[in-house]
Design a protein around this ligand. Structure first.
Ligand code: NAG
Ligand code: NAG
Ligand code: NAG
Ligand code: NAG
Ligand code: NAG
Ligand code: NAG
Length: 650
């Protein structure tokens, strides 16, 4: 049975978390609620205390200008501590209306001693302890945060302008919210070229500045991942943030952040002069940019129509009847052709080998689904054609081709460390987006350097996502239904067919090592035993502290860069740990890279990998890892184990 690529988010693993998807009602859309499962001592007494606590919160919110309230009731030992928060753009009536709507949801939680509800306009939480007042991040059990639903329409005008504006406004929100006296910032920005306005807010819960800062940093990173969709929301226990190109608050209620961001006023005069000069350059810059983008506009606009069902004959013409001279490459799915459409725009056309696609309808559904996925680090699907015998995908054309060319192919040695790092970071962001899409979760399953395409300015775009299901089945694979390329594939997936987003984390780690070393994951270093695949080389150089031996010799690194590369090697090794629970999620990875975090207390062990030629498993479990074996055992996997034993000999 093919493992499905796509899991509906609605079938979330944790039954206690629920999501209401009525984002259409802009006023009081529920984003998520959570009911704890630990029972209170005396449920009826707890419910009584909860009622009085919530009533007290409501009383406080009825006062003009009060947007945050806390209340508690400790009678008879069933302590209830609660907090409620309204967005500051609301009137008192609107605030209380949102509170009431939230409470009606909380009343559904009858069994546990903790709960929260997130509404666009407000947030309510109660617990049986008070610690969360000072540190909102204190939680009792997994509460499914952070989360970040993105809209599903893409910005229509030159998307880079929209992205720049949103990134700018979110940067200010991120920096100003923790410094604002009430931990709330609302901003708007005009996009003159399209007459559009972007609205954004940030708001922290309580007054813990550290928690606020951390939370706003992740808000920034998640929300910029929503681009280029026209709206995004972010929630974590310590804050809420949102941007949209439709007004969700009155544009006159914005926060003046100039003083918050500039600090003291003596600098203002100097800053004023500098700002004047800067403005001149800025205008000049905009003009140049405008000229440059005007040219790009045509192709760009083609990118935002949504997926189009192309006429087969048109594509036949555009590719010169799939002429040899138009072949861009050959992938796991078939050949890719360069095509010039009627309007002179250039696209790539991927021909799927028909015998591998079982049902045409299934194909179209999949295509429609992935055409909704928009992110600057994911290759856009422009359309498809399933007339005739062939199934064709029409994709963005990337003149620079794939990353492997730049690592060991014809362009070897042309990327400096900075560019390589940006590529690593971009891939991480693209994957995080794929895993955290609002409606569906997509696991790529075949991340490798040849699936990473590069834009003109060497930014990465991940190709072939959502298609793993259509990969040809190769009988030589240990598990017939597994997609992926040996050398990049996580062992639990290659051998046991266990699929999770951590499978992509693993392959991402291998790609990092390729980017750093300029060598293929499957390349055996000559003169060494079969153990010396790339991952093994990385591990050995890490263990012996001889990183420089591992790094691509075409890179000229200064001291500072060397240290950075070493840190990234450690991160790559972290990605390739087994069991999968030791690997970070891609969202965690984005934060780690962004904040330059080190491993902290995490201990690295020798990575586990599947060797390419004989497909033996190199599983070197450390002393304490026998326990981790148990994690996997169930009936299906025991069967897989048997298969594994038989392949180990061959
Ligand atoms: C939207 O919210 C308003 C105010 O809370 C409510 O009166 C209305 O019924 C909601 N509409 C829908 C469609 O849920
Ligand atoms: C708590 O409030 C709800 C709604 O107002 C009410 O139905 C319920 O009876 C109250 N429970 C107690 C114990 O007061
Ligand atoms: C987003 O896309 C989904 C699935 O394609 C669709 O059902 C839903 O109505 C869309 N929502 C909005 C707000 O456009
Ligand atoms: C922008 O808005 C103004 C005033 O509403 C209108 O006159 C103008 O045509 C709009 N321009 C564009 C490009 O939509
Ligand atoms: C504030 O939050 C941070 C991070 O969540 C936490 O480490 C710290 O203890 C909190 N401060 C207080 C006073 O609780
Ligand atoms: C926005 O606020 C201003 C000033 O408070 C008010 O005059 C205006 O009517 C408001 N606009 C809307 C659409 O509510």
């Amino acid at each position: 049975m093919a493992v499905l690529v796509v899991f509906l988010l609605f079938l979330l693993a944790e039954p206690a978390i629920s999501q209401l998807n009525d984002l259409d009602n802009n006023s009081n859309s529920f984003l998520r609620w959570f009911c704890g499962r630990t029972p209170p001592i005396h449920p009826s007494n707890f419910i009584k205390n909860r009622n009085s606590t919530l009533a007290e919160l409501r009383r406080q919110l009825l006062t003009d200008g009060v947007f945050y309230a806390t209340a508690q009731d400790l009678s008879a030992g069933d302590t209830v501590y609660a907090a409620a928060q309204c967005r500051n753009y609301l009137s008192t009536d609107e605030c209380v209306a949102c509170f009431d709507a939230g409470v009606s949801v909380l009343f559904r939680c009858v069994a546990g001693d903790s709960a929260y509800v997130v509404v666009d306009n407000c947030f309510i939480r109660y617990e049986d302890y008070a610690d969360f007042y000072n540190n909102p991040n204190v939680v009792q059990d997994g509460v499914g945060t952070p989360f970040s639903p993105c809209g599903n329409t893409s910005a229509s005008q030159p998307v880079t302008t929209f992205e720049d504006v949103v990134e700018g406004i979110l940067t200010e929100i991120r920096d100003a919210t923790p410094k604002a006296s009430n931990n709330y910032v609302a901003l708007t920005r005009e996009i003159t070229s399209s007459n559009e306005t972007v609205y954004a807010i940030g708001q922290c819960v309580g007054s813990n500045k550290t928690a606020c800062e951390t939370c706003m940093n992740s808000a920034y990173s998640y929300l910029t991942n929503c681009l280029p969709t026209t709206d995004g929301r972010f929630f974590d226990m310590a804050c809420f943030a949102r941007y949209s190109n439709t007004a969700f608050f009155n544009g006159s209620q914005i926060t003046d952040v100039t003083n918050i961001l500039k600090g003291n006023s003596t600098k203002t005069i100097v800053a004023g002069t500098i700002a004047g000069v800067a403005l001149l350059f800025f205008i000049l810059g905009i003009w140049l940019l405008y000229r440059r983008r005007k040219k790009a506009k045509e192709t760009e606009q083609a990118n935002f129509k949504g997926a189009v069902n192309y006429n087969y004959k048109d594509l036949l013409l555009a590719t010169n009847h799939f002429g040899e001279e138009n072949i861009l490459g050959k992938g796991g799915f078939g050949e890719v052709f360069k095509a010039t459409l009627d309007d002179n725009s250039i696209v790539a056309v991927k021909k799927l080998q028909a015998e591998h696609v079982r049902v045409k309808e299934e194909f179209e559904n999949e295509v429609k689904l992935i055409s909704h996925v928009h992110h600057r680090n994911l290759l856009r699907l422009l359309g498809w054609s399933s007339e005739g015998s062939e199934l064709l995908l029409v994709l963005e054309y990337m003149p620079n081709g794939s990353l492997d060319r730049f690592l060991w192919g014809s362009k070897r040695g042309t990327l400096d460390w900075n560019q390589r790092y940006e590529i690593i970071f971009g891939i991480a962001r693209g994957l995080a987006h794929l895993h955290n899409e609002f409606h569906v979760k997509i696991i790529h399953r075949d991340i490798k350097s040849s699936n990473i395409l590069l834009t003109d300015d060497f930014k990465p775009k991940i190709a072939d996502f959502g298609l793993a299901r259509f990969l040809p089945e190769d009988e030589t694979h240990v598990v017939t239904n597994y997609a992926g390329t040996l050398g990049y594939t996580a062992p639990e997936y290659a051998l046991r067919g266990l699929l999770s987003d951590k499978v992509d984390t693993y392959s991402f780690g291998v790609v990092i090592l390729e980017i750093i070393s300029g060598r293929r994951s499957t390349e055996v270093k000559s003169g060494l035993s079969s153990a010396a695949y790339l991952l093994e080389q990385a591990w050995q150089s890490y263990e012996k502290n001889i990183h420089m031996k591992f790094i691509d010799e075409t890179l000229n690194l200064n001291q500072h860069e060397q240290e950075h590369v070493m840190k990234i090697i450690e991160i790559a090794l972290l990605c390739t740990q087994t069991p999968p629970s030791k690997r970070p999620t891609m969202s965690e990875m984005v934060l780690m890279l962004q904040e330059g975090q080190s491993l902290g207390t995490r201990q690295l062990t020798r990575p586990t990998f599947v060797q390419n030629h004989d497909r033996r498993v190199n599983i070197v479990f450390s002393k304490n890892s026998s326990a981790s074996n148990h994690v996997y055992k169930n009936k299906m996997e025991l069967e897989a184990d048997d298969r594994e034993k038989s392949t180990c000999n061959g």
